[in-house]
Ligand binder design. Structure first.
Ligand SMILES: Cc1cc2nc3c(=O)[nH]c(=O)nc-3n(C[C@H](O)[C@H](O)[C@H](O)COP(=O)(O)O)c2cc1C
Length: 223
């Protein structure tokens, strides 16, 4: 798969098959992703790769903790849930399409809660990635990690694997910190599911539409 194809074929997968992903393949992907650029080459990414018993422990403990409605149900670093247009509409369009495919009616809070909880099961993917960053780095380093994550997603896609980035993992960070021994001076900023897509699952038919170039690009100085 060439780069253009991988860019177009990558999509967030939210139902995975149980087929294991060998460590050698995960390493191959990380070997490629480490070539990602970063501001002043500080390479701020750190990633915990979880599988097997640790992945199961993380899932069980985070889900149990989540049911207690704890204080760490928000990220440890500043985030906002306030969105203005056009972002609100885009977000709602995605949510409506996704919950429609899963068959969750609007307003069914219990079903929403259960479905969002699937994030903490890595949507059944055999491998989960948890990205952390030193707390004393700034927004530019968050950009670096986003670039690193896209490298992972594209390398995975070109090897027949699928992914889903999961900001959901920046919640319930006390448990993730303890289970994975993440130092106190690092934020848990994102997670990612990695595995083989269950192509029979309706949720994986979701297409998140994109805006045309003209809606976001402003060209200057061209003849
Ligand atoms: C930083 C980031 C965080 C995300 N967090 C979640 C998440 O917690 N749960 C989820 O189901 N999808 C999550 N997504 C997936 C987005 O919803 C998805 O990328 C977007 O709708 C575009 O769809 P596509 O990835 O299929 O092209 C996240 C994506 C990114 C880039």
């Amino acid at each position: 798969m060439d780069l253009d194809e991988a860019l177009k074929a990558r999509k967030s997968v939210r139902a995975f098959k149980a087929d294991p992903v060998p460590l050698s393949l995960v390493n191959e992907i990380l070997e490629l992703a480490r070539h990602s650029p970063s501001g002043t080459n500080i390479q701020p990414w750190k990633v915990h790769v979880v599988a097997g018993d640790v992945r199961r422990q993380l899932e069980a403990e985070v889900l149990a903790h989540r049911d207690t409605k704890p204080a760490d149900a928000v990220a440890e670093f500043p985030r906002t849930s306030k969105r203005k247009e056009p972002y609100t509409t885009r977000m709602r369009t995605l949510g409506k399409a996704m919950y429609g495919l899963i068959g969750i009616p609007k307003g069914d809070e219990a079903a929403n809660w259960r479905q969002w909880g699937r994030n903490y099961q890595f949507f059944d993917a055999p491998v989960g990635l948890i990205f952390t960053i030193d707390k004393d780095l700034d927004a530019m380093s968050f950009l670096d990690i986003g670039i690193f994550m896209q490298s992972i997603m594209l390398a995975a896609k070109s090897r027949g694997l699928d992914t889903c980035s999961q900001g959901a993992w920046n919640n319930f960070w006390t448990v993730t910190r303890r289970v994975l021994s993440v130092p106190d001076d690092e934020y848990i900023i994102c997670g990612m599911s990695l595995g083989y897509a269950d192509e029979t699952s309706p949720v994986n038919t979701l297409v998140a539409e994109r805006e045309p170039v003209a809606s976001f690009a402003t060209f200057h100085g061209f003849e």
